[in-house]
Write a protein that binds this ligand. Structure first.
Ligand SMILES: Cc1ncc(COP(=O)(O)O)c(C=O)c1O
Length: 436
């Protein structure tokens, strides 16, 4: 019998754990290292979601292990008004990578960082209306959840007053097309803001956006879109908040995804990848916005704000990314992975689209290439089959789209591991498609 079937473990899990989302995997993870997690039978499973899209250095990276040991032995947690060296060093290092965003607040999670960003935007602008994309995910806490539209809206009572939404541009399924059939995202954006202006009571505070909508199905904002969005914000006195939870720290081939576009947001939030799997988040803004917020009494005081342990981890993450040239590596490995995915598209009718950049890629499963009919069931079967063969991938299922695999290995992934992942994907698609 597989040790993953441990009856006592599952009886206890089924009795005591609250079910907080989709069903749990049926393995018991005993340890993880690099690009692999190992189950109770000692079987290695390639982790192509970097944990929950966070472990950019792979699992149990020796530098992180060393930093946690060292920092834990000196100082881990402090009174929230006390400062330590790792906090100031991380703030300075982050600011050096993002000219114009000189002020940094260190927190724990993505939802929390967006909460802080939204509060700051409300305070500074005096408005309270927050606009987001219809396929967004910004977190599960109040303000962040109010700006999250890809899942989880029903059943929890009212969202924050003044929560508005516009569609995210989707090049594979454009809502507005140019005569040549390509996505007319500018027309879509103009149309969307016309509707925002009609709904607004004159209290717009911010737009919050992911540069690549991940939980929304790897929807990449086309080049030029961010600049156009920033103009829409400026025209209305709104701030632009970019949520780089998944795209930050090199994953897309830039330190921050917005750098491709040459557009600096008013506020940027980092989380997931910044701690490479440990809870660490940052809210970054300009000296001017920070000054205004401070003058108005900005308060976002939490238990773990400016904690030295996660800050030291963040410094090590930046050290390793810089030392091992992981941004360049994300580009090179991402190219290899994307080429492999494109050849899967050539080979299998059910692969409708391949998109994304760097090591944040999407592969959309459809049941018909012409009609682009969503292949939810087939996608779920492919995912299950890949897992059985030793590859963990995550699929998002959203209304109006096919099942989209989010493929985001660690930046430290080797060429062999990429090839191995592609091989398993090919076998899994072959197996599932032939039986569908
Ligand atoms: C873009 C983005 N922002 C924010 C969050 C929320 O982060 P957390 O779960 O750490 O609160 C997520 C989580 O998936 C995310 O993908």
């Amino acid at each position: 019998m597989s040790l993953n079937a441990d009856p006592a473990f599952w009886a206890s899990a089924n009795k005591h754990l609250t079910r907080y989302g989709p069903a749990f995997e049926t393995i018991i993870v005993e340890r993880a290292e690099g690009s692999f997690v190992y189950d109770a039978d000692g079987r290695g499973i390639l982790d192509f979601t970097s944990g929950q899209m966070s472990a950019v250095l792979g699992h149990t990276h020796p530098d992180i292990v060393a930093t946690v040991g060292r920092q834990m032995g000196s100082v881990a947690h402090l009174f929230s008004g006390m400062l330590s060296r790792p906090v100031v060093e991380l703030a300075e290092r982050l600011a050096s990578h993002a000219p114009g965003l000189d002020r940094v607040q260190l927190l724990s999670t993505g939802g929390e960082s967006n909460e802080a960003a939204i509060r700051m935007a409300k305070l500074v602008t005096g408005g309270h209306e927050i606009v987001a994309f219809a396929q967004s995910w910004h977190g599960m806490t109040g303000g962040a959840a109010s700006a999250t539209y890809s899942a989880g809206r029903r059943g929890y009572g009212p969202a924050a007053a003044g929560s508005f939404v516009i569609p995210a541009p989707n090049s594979y399924r454009p809502r507005f097309s140019k005569p040549d059939g390509s996505n007319d995202w500018q027309a879509e954006l103009d149309d969307a803001f016309e509707l925002i202006d009609r709904q607004s009571t004159g209290n717009l505070a911010a737009f919050i956006a992911e540069p690549i909508l991940s939980s929304g199905g790897i929807l990449e904002l086309p080049l030029g879109y961010l600049a156009a969005l920033k103009r829409k914000c400026e025209e209305r006195g709104m701030l632009l908040i970019l949520d780089e939870a998944q795209t930050g720290i090199g994953r897309t081939g830039h330190m921050f995804a917005f750098q491709r576009d040459g557009v600096t947001p008013d506020i940027m939030t980092l989380s997931k990848t910044l701690g490479a799997g440990l809870p660490l988040a940052a809210v970054m803004t300009s000296a001017e916005i920070e000054q205004k917020a401070h003058e108005k009494g900005y308060l976002f005081y939490t238990t773990h704000v400016s904690d030295p342990l996660p800050a030291a981890v963040g410094v090590t993450v930046l050290d390793v990314v810089e030392r091992d040239k992981l941004i360049e590596q994300a580009i090179a490995r991402g190219d290899r992975l994307k080429k492999g995915l494109l050849s899967l598209q050539q080979k299998y009718e059910c692969v409708g689209d391949v998109r994304g950049r760097g090591l944040l890629l999407g592969l959309e499963i459809v049941t018909d290439r012409q009609t682009k009919a969503p292949g939810f069931e087939l996608g779920a079967q492919i995912m299950e089959e890949a897992m059985r063969r030793g590859l963990s991938m995550n699929i998002v299922k959203l209304p109006g789209m096919g099942g989209v695999f989010r493929i985001a290995p660690a930046l430290t992934v080797s060429e062999d591991e990429i090839d191995q992942g592609l091989e398993i994907m090919s076998e899994a698609i072959d197996y599932a498609a032939s039986r569908h």
